[in-house]
Design a protein around this ligand. Structure first.
Ligand code: C2E
Ligand code: MG
Ligand code: MG
Length: 745
């Protein structure tokens, strides 16, 4: 500004002395000039001969002087920092001024205090043609301005550095056009340096709609002076989509027209990484989910297994403690309950009753009608037994047709009452598969504490009482008695002693001769077991064989009998005796072992004796107890050449139909029939019938227990084939037997 006006004023100043118009006008002009000079915002000085001729107050102020009076007369050199500086200005300025042009420059100046400052100088020669007339200099103190400018420049420079080096794209927009952006922004969107300047920001949007939408979205935060922050999909110059994070802000919220700054960051890679991460995470979650489900399934399967296991265990438990057929407690559970019951009874001094029940001739039901019917009867009986006892009583099935009742807090009267009820309950016929049948039980009763104080002793007592009931005609019940006690005590004693009998050499065989009734010759013998115990003396096989059978000892003893008998045959042969057949008694227990034929054969082979020399005697009962099993063993015996005779024939319940199926060579007529032959017409009829029946079936007959000539005569007359009995001889030791045979010639 004032520079131009000051120049005009200086021109007037310059012209003033030349125009000598009217003194009043002149004076007026001078006053005006002085006013103008004094109030000019710039410093003005007239320099002549390098000295200040006059200056205004502002000039003095600029250079640090109190007023023009201090400045006038000063060398203009004082305003410069050095001689060179002063000189350089002169060299630069005078040619310009001499050409009639004002010289303008920014130059360092010096205040009177020595402080330097920037000044804008405009110098004009008063008369370019005559430099002697001096020059007018207008000085503006631009130090503050320069300082501000350089500060600004510095800031700009710093900004530029920041812009240039920012890894984010930065763009300044005004009216949505690029005013300025950094390289990173250009590179981000695929533009060359400066190519974006002046372009609409639409360039990096895919559509007008998106561009406008972005404008709308940032308007509100801009207006509030807040930053707009968001993620956008922006368009690369080549059409690629870039995932960008954008932050923008209005330069001045009050004046939105001043534009905005946008900081843009390519987050495509980050997005990709995030997506990958998300995928990995989703994958991981899926895997976890799958594993969890798998685990869940495994756990379920496991739980099911456990449940099945529990069911199986419960079943095993049931099987272990209950009888499969009737569902009644079995022996194991009975033992448990009995132990508990006796324990309680002992503590409270209560009586307990134990009842043994066995069905009479139940075998025949099974054998004649089949197991299905037999089972149905047992189940029916089980139900009835349960119905006659109290809830706290135990009805157990030991197997077969054997039942046990355990009655806590029951004395003799109570037990007798229950036994009666059992008999009554069994009387009603059972219906089974179209059959109506009646079974009769035999019941033995033992009482705690009188007859025993353990299941073992009470069982034996009840068992003995039950046998007594059977002996007394069946379908009845009996208490255990002192007599039975003695019997069972002896049974225990014998059983224990028998275990040692073999190893202690207490057993031997005696041989009872058998005579052929036609020829009168000794044709064979029956081997009979003898046991002499050092204290007990001679024990009858009728007494110890059942004990050996029930303890299972009979198998070992039976083997010993077979071996001894076979050796005896060999010994007799050696002694020159005529070839005899030796009959050996075989128990039903031995018959149950299917290898009986092999055992027989082994014994004979060991003695070097032919298999036809030994004959097996089976009691009628043994053969009939398990007709199916028995017949196969008997067939095997027959096939290997071992003859079979049926012992004690007539005492059992042989089914003729079965007898026909057995490979039986001989029937031994029981001695009870022979015994009463002369007195009892019935027995005579029976013996007669047996002989005729056997003959018609192609079997031979042997009569046992023949004691009198009359008996012998009867038998011979009826066509009996052979005999055995005291009439001929009692059983003899082996060597005596030889003598006997020889003596008979
Ligand atoms: P059993 O097989 O019927 O044997 C015949 C029994 O009648 C023998 O009794 C014999 O001594 C006896 N006895 C023979 N003649 C007469 C007579 O004229 N009158 C009388 N009253 N009795 C006579 P024992 O020796 O006491 O044998 C009894 C039962 O023991 C035998 O009956 C047999 O079933 C069994 N037994 C004997 N030895 C053995 C054996 O080694 N094994 C097996 N399992 N049982 C055997
Ligand atoms: Mg016999
Ligand atoms: Mg016999």
């Amino acid at each position: 500004m004032p520079a131009a006006r000051a120049t005009a004023a200086a021109a007037r100043l310059r012209r003033a002395p030349a125009s000598a118009a009217q003194p009043r006008e002149l004076e007026q002009a001078l006053v005006e000039q002085r006013m103008a000079l004094a109030h000019a915002g710039v410093g003005i000085a007239l320099i002549r001969d390098r000295r200040v001729v006059s200056c205004n107050q502002r000039f003095a102020d600029i250079y640090g002087h109190a007023g023009p009076h201090e400045v006038n007369g000063l060398s203009s050199r004082t305003f410069y920092l050095s001689d060179e500086d002063f000189h350089a200005l002169g060299v630069a300025a005078y040619p310009v001024m001499a050409a009639g042009q004002p010289y303008r420059a920014e130059h360092r100046q010096r205040r009177c205090s020595g402080e330097s400052f920037w000044a804008h100088l405009t110098g004009t020669l008063i008369d370019p043609a005559d430099t002697q007339r001096g020059s007018v200099w207008i000085v503006e103190d631009i130090d503050a301005q320069r300082a501000a400018q350089s500060a600004l420049a510095e800031v700009r420079e710093q900004h530029q550095i920041i812009l240039d080096n920012a890894i984010v794209g930065i763009v300044f927009l005004r009216e949505r056009r690029v005013t300025h952006c950094n390289r990173a922004f250009e590179e981000l969107f695929g533009w060359g340096p400066g190519e974006l300047d002046g372009r609409l920001s639409r360039e990096w949007y895919f559509s007008d709609a998106e561009w406008e939408d972005a404008g709308r979205r940032c308007y509100e935060p801009f207006r509030k002076g807040e930053a707009f922050v968001g993620e956008m999909v922006l368009r690369h110059r080549d059409g690629r989509a870039l995932d960008c994070e954008v932050r923008s802000k209005a330069v001045d919220p009050q004046r939105l027209e001043l534009g905005s700054i946008w900081i843009t960051m390519d987050i495509t890679a980050r997005k990709r990484a995030e997506n990958a991460l998300r995928e990995v995470q989703a994958d991981l979650e899926r895997q976890v989910q799958e594993r969890t489900e798998e685990l869940h399934r495994t756990v379920q399967a496991l739980e099911q297994k456990v449940a099945e296991q529990k069911v199986a265990e419960a079943r095993i438990q049931r099987l272990a403690h209950f009888d499969a057929l009737t569902g009644l407690p079995n022996r194991t559970l009975l033992e448990d309950r009995c132990r508990h019951t006796l324990h309680v009874a002992q503590r409270h001094d209560h009586p307990v009753a134990l009842l043994f029940l066995d069905l009479d001739h139940f075998k025949t039901v099974n054998d004649s009608l089949g197991h299905r019917v037999g089972d149905a009867v047992l189940m029916g009986l089980a139900r009835r037994l349960r119905s006659v006892v109290r809830a706290q009583d135990t009805v157990a099935r030991l197997g077969g047709d054997e039942f046990v009742l355990l009655l806590p807090e029951t004395d003799a009267d109570g037990a007798a009452h229950v036994a009666q009820k059992i008999l009554a309950a069994a009387q009603e016929p059972f219906e089974a598969y179209g059959h109506e049948l009646t079974v009769t039980p035999s019941v033995g009763v033992a009482l705690y504490p009188h007859d025993g104080d353990s299941l073992d002793t009470l069982s034996r007592a009840a068992d003995a009482a039950m046998y007594r009931a059977k002996e007394d005609g069946r379908n009845t019940w009996r208490f255990f008695t002192a007599e039975l006690q003695a019997h069972s005590d002896r049974a225990l004693l014998l059983s224990n002693a028998l275990r040692r009998a073999l190893e202690r050499n207490q057993l031997r065989l005696a041989y009872q001769p058998q005579m052929d009734l036609d020829s009168g010759r000794i044709v064979g013998a029956e081997a009979l077991l003898r046991w002499r115990h050092p204290e007990l003396g001679e024990v009858s096989p009728a007494e110890f064989i059942p004990i050996a059978e029930s303890s299972g000892l009979i198998v070992t003893i039976g083997d010993w009998v077979l071996e001894t008998a076979a050796r005896q045959i060999a010994a007799w042969d050696q002694a020159g005796l005529p070839s005899l057949t030796l009959a050996v008694n075989v128990s039903s227990v031995q018959l149950r072992h299917s290898d009986l034929p092999q055992r027989v054969k082994r014994a004979l082979d060991a003695a070097g004796v032919g298999v036809e020399r030994l004959e097996v005697e089976l009691t009628e009962g043994a053969a009939m107890r398990d007709p199916h099993g028995a017949v196969s063993v008997m067939n095997a015996l027959y096939e290997q050449g071992t003859e079979i005779s049926i012992d004690d024939f007539g005492t059992g319940y042989s089914s003729l139909a079965y007898l026909k199926k057995f490979p039986v060579a001989k029937l031994k007529i029981d001695r009870s029939f022979v015994h009463d032959l002369m007195r009892d017409a019935g027995d005579r009829a029976i013996v007669h019938a047996i002989i005729s029946m056997a003959t018609s079936l192609g079997m031979r007959t042997v009569a046992e227990g023949v004691e009198t000539e009359a008996q012998l005569a009867f038998l011979r007359e009826r066509g009996c084939h052979a005999m055995q009995g005291f009439l001929l001889s009692k059983a003899l030791p082996g060597d005596e037997f030889s003598d006997f045979v020889r003596s008979r010639g």
